[in-house]
Design a protein around this ligand. Structure first.
Ligand code: GDG
Length: 471
């Protein structure tokens, strides 16, 4: 019996050199967590390899990926535009993050979403056999569980959503809401990051579909679908060890040479996304410098924004807005030898990221909505000396676990400003107490724990369903 992981993207980067494709395994959190699953036995991970592959070269890609237990779903550029950039990122993403006025409801996006989900199903069905376990990842593939269930009723299907599930009043805005829910309840187990997401999903499903619920179980005719929170963790040891490595220590030394004595640093790291609250964070920093001039020349905000979806107009506008705000704040307060904000619109190697985490007195994570937010956990895992302060939005799933952070409402600029002052004046023993408590949680509920929990539950759910069939 195999385990199949299915996600929009495969955990690899493709590079084409001398007319040959090379695949570089990605080190993202999901890939690390699932490595033991898809690299073992005859298991496999199915997904889009990340670029359009001409038909005559597809067999070459299949052969190469199969060597590393991956299997491609080939998508055309048009499918990427309509299913991925379109329906996934311009319809579902804004709705699920409560940015309702950003959502586009285009029939051609929806049609492409359906046909691409079917395309994924066709590939899965070529590989899967009766009784296999299939774990589908995320909002790009919400229709897949039911398509698979119809063809393979004896297989075990899990679905995990990495982004929030909104309340009924928001979800019901989507013209194809019933179809999406019906797609999901083809799964035997549906996981979200938090209990609130679970609650929203159950109330939405029972109001929009002819199903009932009892506790965390949805009853659909003879089937029972279990809905549970599985808060995703990170590879704690990797981040903790990385901070002790020679290469990161060197980055930290270089960083310290270039920084003035007694300069306090705040760190902010996100993909470019309106859900991450970057603009509000900048406004809060501006307010801090206005109301607390004692920090002028004494504090710098290191802000890393990783390019993402910048062909989508709302993302391009956001980028411009950030450029403008950073420019204004720097122009307003800078000295000849001090800049309030060091802004980077790029990504960094993980060693540099680790040096940022290691040197930041405060990590400022203030999304307007976030399924979990792994940056906050990576900062905590890096702080081997138990110092540093995390400021965390109450709208991030991580805030449910990291209650020892300073928790803020990301819409309340004054609240964020006060939190920064509180962080800078926090005695070291209080920093230690809070950081130790958070590190315990991040270490214990790491990404391996997350995978094991989900897989164990998936087995239990299936065993229970089999027992119902035999009784
Ligand atoms: C989605 C959900 C949920 C960032 N900059 C660099 C870099 N990163 C890495 C971080 C972190 C990851 O990117 C970002 O993860 P987040 O969880 O913060 O956010 P999303 O990308 O929106 O992820 C989110 C997650 O799925 C998992 O379920 O937590 O809520 O939105 O790991 O380290 N990595 C490198 N260089 C960078 O410059 N190497």
């Amino acid at each position: 019996m195999k385990t199949l992981i299915v996600s929009n993207r495969l955990p690899v980067k493709i590079i084409e050199e001398n007319n040959e494709y090379h695949f570089i395994p990605s080190e993202g959190g999901l890939a690390t967590g699932l490595a033991d699953v898809y690299k073992s036995g005859n298991s496999i991970w199915i997904g889009w390899p990340g670029m359009e592959i001409p038909e005559e070269r597809q067999q070459e890609v299949i052969d190469k990926l199969q060597e590393i237990n991956l299997y491609p779903v080939f998508l055309t550029q048009e499918e990427i535009n309509l299913y991925y950039e379109g329906f996934s990122n311009e319809t579902l993403w804004p709705i699920f993050h409560y940015f309702v006025t950003y959502a586009h409801y285009h029939q051609n996006y929806w049609e492409s979403y359906q046909s691409v989900n079917q395309k994924f199903a066709d590939v899965v069905l070529k590989i899967a056999q009766k009784g296999d376990k299939i774990w589908v990842q995320d909002y790009q593939l919400m229709l897949l569980p039911n398509i698979l269930h119809q063809s393979l009723p004896k297989s075990t299907i899990g679905f995990f959503q990495h982004i929030p599930f909104p309340s009924y009043e928001i979800f019901r805005l989507i013209p194809w809401r019933e179809e999406l829910l019906n797609g999901l309840i083809g799964a035997d187990l549906i996981g979200f990051h938090t209990h609130d997401d679970v609650r929203h999903f159950i109330s939405t499903a029972t109001r929009l579909l002819p199903v009932t619920s009892s506790s965390n179980v949805i009853l659909n005719k003879e089937r029972q679908i279990v809905i549970e929170p599985f808060p995703m963790g990170i590879d704690f040891e990797k981040f903790s060890e990385l901070a002790k490595s020679a290469s990161v220590k060197k980055e930290v030394d270089d960083f310290n040479i270039n920084r003035r004595n007694n300069l306090r640093t705040i760190l902010s790291i996100d993909r470019l996304d309106y859900s991450k609250g970057i603009v509000e964070r900048l406004r809060a920093f501006d307010l801090l410098l206005t109301t607390n001039p004692e920090y002028l020349g004494k504090v710098t905000l290191y802000m890393v924004v990783v390019p993402s979806r910048d062909l989508v107009p709302q993302y391009a506008e956001l980028r411009e807005k950030i450029d403008q705000l950073v420019g204004n704040i720097n122009a307003k307060y800078r000295h000849v030898d001090w800049n309030p904000i060091n802004y980077f619109y790029r990504s960094f190697p993980i060693e540099v990221l680790s040096a940022f985490y290691s040197t930041a007195d405060v990590c400022l994570v203030t999304p307007m909505r976030d399924g979990m937010n792994l940056v906050s956990k990576e900062y905590v895992a890096t702080r081997n000396n138990n110092d540093g302060v995390l400021i965390l939005s109450e709208m991030a799933g991580a805030s449910k676990e990291l209650a020892d952070a300073i928790i803020v409402n990301p819409n309340n600029i004054g609240d964020i400003k006060d939190a920064i002052v509180q962080a800078f004046t926090m005695p070291i023993n209080e920093q230690n107490i809070r950081m130790i408590a958070m590190r315990d949680i991040v270490q214990k509920f790491n990404v391996k724990h997350w995978v094991n929990n989900f897989m164990t539950k998936l087995n239990e759910v299936k065993e229970f369903q089999n027992s119902l069939l035999t009784n």
